[in-house]
Design a binder for this molecule. Structure first.
Ligand SMILES: [Zn+2]
Length: 71
């Protein structure tokens, strides 16, 4: 069963939009752009969140990016 967000976990309203494409966020003050992610955005508080599947994708992307930076 896939988790389906019908409420924002932050402000608990139901103005959730499903999007797919580039998922942008900041990590250690650096902007990270992970392509090809399905995510949800709360149109009220602008919080972005993903399901577990896409969170794993993002995690892998970060690990890879860190490895590149260390080399
Ligand atoms: Zn919200």
């Amino acid at each position: 069963m896939k988790p389906n967000f019908s409420f924002c976990p932050i402000c608990e309203n139901n103005k959730i939009k499903k999007k797919s494409g580039n998922f942008e966020f900041l990590i250690e003050k650096k902007k990270i752009v992970v392509p090809d992610i399905t995510f949800f955005i709360c149109t009220d508080c602008k919080e972005k969140f993903t399901d577990v599947e896409n969170e794993i994708k993002i995690d892998d992307f970060i690990k890879l990016a860190k490895r590149k930076n260390a080399a």
